[in-house]
Ligand binder design. Sequence first.
Ligand code: PXP
Length: 246
Amino acid sequence: MTIRRLRLGLNIDHVATVRNARGGAHPDPLRAALLAKSAGVDSITAHLREDRRHIRDADVAQLMNDVGLPLNLEMAPTAEMVGIATKHAPHAVCLVPENREEITTEGGLEVAGLQDRLGPMVRQLMSAGCRVSLFIEADIAQLKAAAALGVPVVELHTGRYCEAKGASRSLELERIRSSAKEAALLGLECHAGHGLAFDNVKPIAAIPEIVELNIGHFLIGEAVFIGLKEAISEMRRLMDEAMAVS
Ligand code: PXP
């Protein structure tokens, strides 16, 4: 029997958001990444936004060189970002949609309608040695378009599931479950993330085809109350518990 290992990636964007609020160096995302490593996370995720509201260019180099964990760089599919990613060649690049006015990544990438634009960027990133994933809604058309582009990984957007209540939450969960199954059938590695917290992570962690969760805002927020290591440990415990019964 193979034991499924569900990886946890910590998104450290909001450590940088707090640092940037005062224009100084504290709190340092690198220090948070090192602490997260000692708490057992498997990778660090960071979103280099066009407006640099979270991490900045210098953070990318530090997170790659000084942590000793794979870096999953989230970015919009633009020429500027592809240039930066191919220069640094992080372990993974997750392409996400980005609107300037949005508070956070609001929806998945419209892969089905953007294949011609995304194709050359995906090829460039893959030639640079990056594992490319596409952040998409749990939707069969998007999965098929991602598979047609030849990416190895998709990350399913869990935002709608996290926000939904009652019966509609069950429907959203079912959508994620069936998309994860379809991803596996298409030969895509399946990740998930956005909005995950202690009270909603278990049904997602129990989905057998999902092998990585990327979680940020909740863990950084919770760290204010219980500490980063403790927040990560509790998330890890809940993930392990969900896998044990799945
Ligand atoms: N995965 C992707 C692709 C994201 O864009 C984000 C948010 O930046 C996350 C995961 C983490 O979402 P949250 O901060 O809500 O945990």
